[in-house]
Ligand binder design. Sequence first.
Ligand code: PLP
Length: 366
Amino acid sequence: MPPKPPSAAELLHLHGRDLAKGDPIAPPITLASMFHLPGLPDGGHFYGRAGGPTWDVLEAALAHLEAAPTLVFPSGMAAITAALLPHLRSGDRVLLPSDGYYVTRRLCHDVLARFGVEVEERTTAAYAEGGFDGFRIVFVESPSNPGLDLSDIAAISAEVRAAGGLTVVDNTTMTPFGQRPLELGADIVVSADTKASGGHSDVLMGHASTRDADLLAEMTRWRTVSGSIPGPFESWLLHRSLETLELRFARMCDSAGIIAERLAAHPAVAALRYPGLASDPAHALARAQMARPGFLIGATFASAEVAERVIDACACLRPATSFGGVHSSAERRARWGDAVPEGFVRFSIGCEPVEELWAALEAALP
Ligand SMILES: *Cc1c(COP(=O)(O)O)cnc(C)c1O
C-alpha cells in the first residue's frame, strides 16, 4: 500500500485556527522588506530576504502537505538548486535520470560540473542497475517527465542511505496528494509548484522539504545568502491555489484514467503510457508507491504531423509546454529534442468535465 495522502480538511483549517476575533479568514499579503526591530534582533522577522508573514502561511501549508519542514523558492529550479548545491563539494558524484526534467540536467552538467561535481546519468526504468555506491546525491524523478517510466523510491532511498548518500526526489508530476517521497524514505523532496500545485498557469514557485535538521539549515542558509526568494504576492497566490489542490488533482487523475483507457483503445494511438493502466509496464510499482496515477498521459501517434493535427484540432487542449493547469494542454515533446518518438504527445489532463473533454478529443483524432 502506498503512504496515505495528507489531510486536505486539515489543510483548509490550518490558517483559521489561530485567528483572533475580527481577523480576515483569508491570509493577507504582507508587502514588507523592513520590520519593526527595536533592541536585540532575537526572534521574529527582521528583513524580507530572510523571511516574512506571507511565506510563513504558505510554508505552514506546504509543511502540512509534506509532513516536514518546508522552504519556498521562486521557481521549481530554484528549489532544485537549493536541494543540490549546498550539499555538494568538489569531487562529489551526482546521479540523475537521463530521461528526467531537462533543465535539472543542464544545471548539473553546465554549472555544478564547473565546480568539480561529477555528473552521471541512467534511465529511470533501469535506475537501480549498477547500485549507488559512491554517490553523494541520487536524484530521482518518478514518474519521469515526459516518458512516464517509474523508479522504486523506497528501494532506491534505502540503498542510497546504506551507501551513505542522499536521495532527492522531484515530485512535481505527482504533488503530495499523489505520492509521498519522504514517507518512502527520501531525504529531500522538491517540487515545481509552477505546475499542478499552482494549477492556473499564472505563477512560478517551488519548494523543498526535509525532516533532517542539518539539511534544512544548509538550504535555509543557501536561500538567505543567494537571495533565491519568492515575493509575497506569488506566495499568497500559491497558498490560494493549494486550498483547491486536492479537489483539482482528484478530478484530473479521475479524468486521466478515463481518457487514457479510451486513447489506448483508439486505432490512431500506436502506444500509450499511463501508470494507472493495468497494461502499463510500471503499473505494479505505481500501485505500490503512488496514491493516485497522476494526470499526465504519454500517447504516440503515427507521425509528427498527425500529433500536431490532434493538438491543434482539439478545442479543449491548449498547445503549450509545461503542465498541471486547470485547462488541459498537450505538447509534442520531440520539438524540444526529448528522446521520444516524433509522434509522442504528453497530455496534461485538466479540470474540464471528462465527457466534454473526451468529446473534443475524440473529434480531433484521425
Ligand atoms: C517544470 C519542472 C521543473 C522546474 O520548475 P520551474 O518552476 O519551471 O523552475 C522541475 N522539475 C520538473 C519535473 C518540472 O516539470
